[in-house]
Design a protein around this ligand. Structure first.
Ligand SMILES: O=P(O)(O)OC[C@H]1O[C@](O)(COP(=O)(O)O)[C@@H](O)[C@@H]1O
Length: 405
């Protein structure tokens, strides 16, 4: 873990860069030398955090293997290199393009112009008014699609916003599944939103199949085959939280340099929390087991003898991010969230942080998706809380009348 000392520098010192958000690794650039000259900056540059002096000190329990970059400011790109988790160059290129896409989405959701986007769009689809894609969903989807195309590393992209997966490159080593802008109906009130993505290897044994078929089958891989996953939270800070299969780590966007900087190495979810997160206006549609569980923990009569508190933003990435840091359970007990685009990537991050992802009965990552847009009940969080919840048996909401709000 790192500890930080932050002091205010009265002279704001933004670097005069014109290309803050350009991808660092254009597709065409050969990357043989990617890690040869690490660009570590020593701590305390006065420009960092737009005028804050910031020192990072490795604390006693800092990862001895050095995978948190030790005592220096460490960007996501650096972290992926030799002194960090040492992912393949191909995965690093893909991630740098995803990073770029998410910076663009971050700028978009914070832009004073985003409310105008709705006026120039008409969006169809969705079974109810609330299920319709919003204009920003479509724009975010296009941003990610173009970044993935440019990366040259992706065979197929399957997005929550598209009816079918998009085949991009026969020789792309990866498959990307994503929800480009989760919680977008919160945007008009400036409530946090997020992007979620999961990355699989392309299944080369399917290469001979027709494009449509191999695109679908590649995208329907079970969550335990994930190579990496991540979410990006667009909130008071823009945070990219990721796992490459060796722990869960979060990076915060430094708007003054355009870098995602490692701020939460090796996140460990508390074994138990004291917060439950659910839309409890649905209480009367819940099964008896779930009602009993929530009634019990609210009163402090559960296995953890403390009264639980409720927090519900109604934006999955934000509710999950808080749960990862503080512990407890983030849940949506009805068939609403998607296995492929949301439940699998977030369960991977939860497990890598010592937590769990469950549908109320089974481990999410062990489920075999049968449909791209398959929905299911989702419970994410602290291992002891999830275990206690599951012991109530009947926690999946079967009544799903289609809520207006
Ligand atoms: O209406 P509910 O059941 O509270 O669902 C809220 C959940 O739906 C979401 O908005 C996702 O739904 P969409 O994919 O339809 O946008 C999550 O961000 C949020 O956690």
């Amino acid at each position: 873990m790192c500890s930080a000392i932050v002091t205010l520098n009265p002279i704001l010192n933004y670097p005069s860069r014109t290309n803050l958000f350009k991808p660092k690794l254009p597709n065409s650039q050969p990357r043989l030398n990617l890690w040869a000259q690490p660009t570590y900056r020593m701590a305390s540059p006065s420009s960092f955090l737009g005028g804050f002096n910031y020192r990072i000190r490795a604390s006693d329990n800092a990862n001895a293997s050095g995978d948190d970059c030790g005592n220096v400011i460490c960007t996501l790109l650096e972290y992926m290199g030799k002194n960090g988790v040492n992912v393949s160059d191909e995965l690093a290129v893909l991630f740098s393009h995803l990073e770029y896409a998410c910076k663009r989405i971050s700028a978009l959701v914070a832009s004073p112009l985003n409310h105008n986007i709705g006026k120039s769009f008409s969006v169809s689809g969705g079974s109810s008014e609330r299920d319709k894609a919003k204009p920003l969903d479509i724009v975010a989807n296009d941003i990610v699609l173009s970044s993935l195309k440019n990366s040259g590393k992706v065979a197929v992209m399957a997005s929550e916003e598209d009816d079918a997966p998009v085949w991009l490159a026969d020789d792309g080593p990866f498959v990307v599944v994503l929800d480009p802008l989760d919680g977008s109906r919160n945007i008009d009130a400036s409530i946090p939103t997020g992007t979620i993505f999961g990355i699989y290897n392309r299944l080369v044994e399917l290469d001979h199949l027709p494009v449509e078929e191999k695109a679908t089958l590649n995208s329907l891989q079970s969550g335990n085959k994930l190579v990496a996953s991540a979410y990006v939270l667009y909130s008071s800070a823009t945070i990219l939280c990721t796992s490459f299969g060796s722990g869960t780590h979060a990076f915060t966007l430094d708007h003054s340099t355009g870098d995602f900087v490692l701020t939460h190495p090796n996140i460990k979810i508390p074994p138990r929390g004291q917060i439950y997160s659910v839309n409890d206006a649905r209480y009367f549609d819940w099964p008896e087991g779930l009602r009993r569980y929530i009634d019990t923990i609210r009163q402090g009569k559960g296995l953890h003898p403390k009264k639980y508190s409720a927090r519900y933003i109604c934006s999955l990435v934000a509710d999950f991010h808080r749960t990862l840091l503080y512990g407890g359970i983030a849940m949506n007990p009805r068939n609403h969230l998607r296995l492929v685009y949301e439940a699998n990537p977030l369960s991977f991050l939860a497990e890598q942080a010592g937590g769990r992802g469950s549908d109320g009965k089974s481990r999410i990552l062990s489920l075999q998706p049968v449909k791209l847009h398959q929905r299911l009940p989702l419970f994410l969080g602290s291992p002891d809380d999830i275990e206690e919840l599951e012991s109530y048996g009947d926690v999946q909401q079967k009544i799903n009348p289609g809520y207006e709000v």
